[in-house]
Design a protein around this ligand. Structure first.
Ligand code: NAP
Ligand code: 3JM
Length: 343
């Protein structure tokens, strides 16, 4: 059990922040006090925690006096600006954003994979990207046995990964189409231009092969997060990784189609056995009975669900897997709280 600390949640009013509060309650996380931080937009708001109304305070450099643990999810630029002040004030920060993940002085931790890395921290510990977390939880046990040479991953990421406003936009666009019975003819399930505000294109009844910004190499930043973070967490720069990240109109939980090539041949049955005995993984793999994980199965759950495990018949030693997890829980808040529990 972690030692009780004066704790602050940065970004408490957001999609990840609300999961922080829920999971801290569920796990009865020991705390001496809890401070909720967000932007000026939330000044005066109160959030319920353990039956109490806690006021939201506006984040500032002086927010961290006496704070010992910061759980941060207010966006990368806020982390860059404010976490150094938190560290100066003596806090350990677990950061959910991409701000520090690839910094060599900052451990990037998934407790099922590299818990030992926590010890190296100098005040900040980074929580990986949601898609990376669920993939490495499923792949690390296989890597230990068969050594993964190459990973080809395509993601199907829910709108909640992009924040609370995006969840609402997907809902409003869907309602707008269904209400007007516009969806039954080709070309009639488009929303009006002014209904597209949060994503670059309509998300309802559509999907966008575009998450985070495009980089000079033609990949998106989200895709390159998966490449670089995977190698850092698995502590193996020899693993080749290539990713395509796609936003889908699912509210909660990310799914991934993962293809791996391994040095040692491993059968689908062996992989299933290994994963059944791996921490944080639930195997749901009985296709004859239509059993495979779906986002609705993973929503609200802590584990990473794996199914559709089969040998890749196009190579000497390879596997295909389908991996699903709640992006706001294991992909964000839960993983960060598990790191805090290691501390
Ligand atoms: P969200 O629903 O949009 O919430 C953003 C939160 O940040 C809100 O609490 C917001 O406060 C706060 N915030 C925004 N600007 C601020 C400012 N200038 N000062 C103080 N607080 C500010 O987004 P989310 O989905 O919770 O994600 C938040 C961040 O967490 C993301 O940007 C990302 O970096 C990270 N994230 C990580 C993962 C992961 O996989 N590890 C997954 C999702 C998100 P107001 O309500 O007052 O605006
Ligand atoms: C900013 O689903 C997603 O969009 C990924 C989560 C996310 C991140 C992240 O964790 O990498 C959303 C928005 C970031 C970021 O760069 O910190």
């Amino acid at each position: 059990m972690a030692q009780a600390k004066h704790t602050a949640v940065m970004g408490a009013t957001g999609a990840v922040g609300s999961r922080f509060l829920r999971i801290l309650e569920e796990r009865n996380f020991p705390m001496k006090s809890l401070k909720l931080l967000a932007s000026e937009r939330s000044a005066g708001k109160k959030l319920k925690f353990r039956g109490e109304d806690i006021p939201v305070e506006v984040l500032g450099h002086d927010s961290f006096k006496g704070v010992e643990l910061v759980l941060s999810s207010a966006g990368a630029s806020r982390s860059k600006e404010f976490l150094p002040s938190a560290v100066k004030a003596g806090a350990v920060c677990i950061d959910n954003t991409s701000a520090y993940r690839m910094d060599k002085d900052v451990p990037l931790v998934v407790p099922e994979v590299n818990p030992h890395a926590v010890k190296r921290h100098k005040g900040i510990i980074a929580n990986p990207n949601c898609s990376t977390i669920q993939m490495v939880v499923a792949l690390h046990p296989i890597h230990k046995v068969a050594k993964i040479k190459r990973i080809v991953v395509s993601t199907y990421q829910s709108v909640s990964g992009a924040g609370q406003k995006k969840v609402v936009e997907n809902f409003l666009q869907s309602v707008s189409i269904v209400r007007d019975s516009r969806g039954f003819e080709v070309g009639r399930h488009n929303v009006k231009k002014d209904e597209v505000k949060e994503f670059p294109h309509q998300i309802a009844f559509n999907l966008l092969p575009h998450i985070d910004v495009f980089l000079d190499n033609g990949y998106t930043k989200e895709e390159m997060k998966m490449v670089n973070e995977t190698r850092k967490i698995m502590e193996d720069d020899s693993i080749a990784v290539t990713a395509t990240a796609v936003r889908v109109p699912v509210f909660f939980a990310h799914s991934e189609c993962v293809n791996i090539e391994t040095e040692k041949k491993i059968s689908a049955d062996e992989a299933r056995e290994i994963l059944k005995n791996s921490p944080g993984v639930i195997v749901m793999d009985d296709p004859k009975n239509n059993v495979y994980p779906m986002p609705l199965d993973a929503e609200g759950k802590d584990e990473v669900f794996v199914g559709r495990i089969r040998e890749d018949e196009s190579v000497k030693s390879g596997l295909n897997l389908w991996v699903v997890a709640d992006n706001l829980r294991k992909g964000a808040a839960l993983n960060a709280i598990q790191i805090a529990e290691i501390l």
